[in-house]
Design a protein around this ligand. Structure first.
Ligand SMILES: [Zn+2]
Length: 48
């Protein structure tokens, strides 16, 4: 579980900040963007 720079998917309403988040890891490269995108932190990342 490693914190990383915030990133998000352009198709999701949450952002991620952990390399161990399966949901975050499932984001395809073309849909992944740096930063929070103004979206709340993913619930899974919150617990990691
Ligand atoms: Zn996440």
């Amino acid at each position: 579980m490693a914190k990383t720079t915030a990133f998000h998917s352009i198709h999701r309403d949450v952002h991620h900040n952990n390399t161990s988040c399966t949901e975050g890891n499932n984001i395809e490269k073309e849909n992944r963007r740096e930063g929070t995108g103004g979206k709340p932190l993913c619930k899974h990342c919150e617990r990691l």
